[in-house]
Design a protein around this ligand. Structure first.
Ligand code: PLP
Length: 382
């Protein structure tokens, strides 16, 4: 849906809208249901982190930090060290979302093509439309464990392609893309000198050292985005980043000057403490996955009418409800009649699928799943 109508302003005056773009409807849905009554099986991130694990100090809450222009040098250094890159490769942003915006806006203009994994995080499609670029879908299929096919990517690339977009872990399936597979895709894009953006906001759900390899370093044409949101429960900090070739970072800085003249000092200070304590926070996400996945798994195994991808980490599972294509309507019935909230696959270009979260406490989780089962059964008979 395009925003083409004029916006009514107070006092009768009507303005024509400026940039055209496809609204990020999933984000509106997610915000609307976050505080709704009911059993919440829609969340994809960890619950909010407990401040006492983060070592915050009173001076962190000052309206000043070591450097407010482009980022606190302590955080830039931490990231440069983490990725094995230079400071010139680090761009701080207000979350992974904002870093994704900077990458798209830096690389795309009207008439360009951007290849986006599908199913894919809908922000990418909105960003493509914002830049006037054509979004081309690169399938990630259940049958292939949601790994994109390098040959298919090669066939989609053409002289108008300016960007390829992937996630690892994959949202919505939480499939892990091993480094050798990712490297192959990056290599295919490199043949045409096309950059590959890999959003790694879920990557740290993996056990350290067991496949959690960042795409940065797998090719010279790689941009990585990430944040402390999903795995660390620190969405409220809005601390995110892009790691990119220096020329791109320089262009992103130009863009930041226009839209965001200063980073938020308090965010920088608090993120500094958080980064020092990430080692304590990270196991919480893995523990939650390992404790709650068996509950979800047990329920899934009772349903011969559902197929699913076993997530390699995280707190959500992507499932196909066989024989039901209107999962949007199913989610509405589930919400209105069973007070339970899930994400319909329509938001991820996939009618017939649901993304169901399992981060909530076990009793509520079991009850939510029982209600989901009843809603599916009732939906079939009507
Ligand atoms: C793939 C992906 N990237 C980015 C985000 C948002 O991250 P942030 O809070 O860092 O902006 C999400 C949130 O659901 C996501 O799924």
């Amino acid at each position: 849906m395009r925003l083409t109508t004029a916006i009514a302003a107070p006092g009768q005056c009507r303005y024509k809208v400026g940039m055209e773009f496809d609204p990020f409807q999933y984000m509106r849905y997610a915000k609307r249901i976050e505080y709704a009554d009911g059993i919440y099986l829609a969340g994809s991130g960890m619950p909010v982190a407990k401040p006492d694990m983060l070592g915050f100090k009173p001076e962190d809450f000052e309206l000043d930090s070591l450097c407010n222009s482009y980022g606190d040098p302590r955080n830039m250094d931490w990231l440069a060290d983490h990725y094995g890159c230079g400071g010139q490769n680090v761009m701080l942003a207000a979350g992974s979302s904002s870093a994704n915006f900077l990458a798209f806006a830096t690389l795309l203009s009207r008439g360009d093509r951007v290849i986006i994994e599908t199913p894919g995080y809908p922000q990418f499609f909105s960003l493509a439309s914002l830049c006037g670029a054509e979004a081309i879908k690169l399938p990630r299929r259940f049958e292939n464990r949601f790994l994109p096919d390098p040959t298919e990517l090669r066939d989609l690339l053409d002289e108008h392609t300016r960007l390829v977009v992937l996630t690892n872990l994959h949202n919505p399936s939480m499939a892990h893309m091993p480094a050798d597979h990712l490297k192959q895709l990056i290599g295919v894009a490199a043949e045409r000198e096309v950059p590959v953006l890999v959003d790694e906001v879920y990557l740290d759900h993996l056990v350290p050292g067991q496949g959690d390899v960042s795409a940065w370093g797998l090719g010279k044409n790689v941009i990585v985005t990430n944040s402390l949101t999903k795995v660390y429960g620190l969405s409220g900090l809005r601390f995110g980043w892009a790691i990119a070739p220096s020329g791109m970072v320089s262009r992103m800085l130009d863009l930041a000057d226009v839209v965001d003249p200063q980073v938020v000092p308090m965010t920088q200070n608090l993120a500094h403490r958080a980064l020092q304590n990430l080692g304590r926070l990270r196991p919480l996400a893995r523990r939650l996955h390992e404790a709650h996945w068996p509950i979800m798994h047990e329920w899934l195994e009772t349903r011969s009418d559902i197929e699913y991808h076993k997530p390699e980490g995280g707190v959500t599972v992507w499932m196909r409800i066989k024989g039901i294509s209107e999962t949007g309507n199913l989610a509405t019935v589930l919400r209105n009649e069973f007070a339970t909230l899930v994400v319909p696959g329509e938001y991820f270009q996939s009618p017939g699928w649901l993304r169901v979260g399992y981060r909530i406490e076990p009793t509520a989780l079991r009850e939510g799943l029982a209600r989901l089962g009843k809603a599916i059964d009732g939906f079939r008979t009507h």
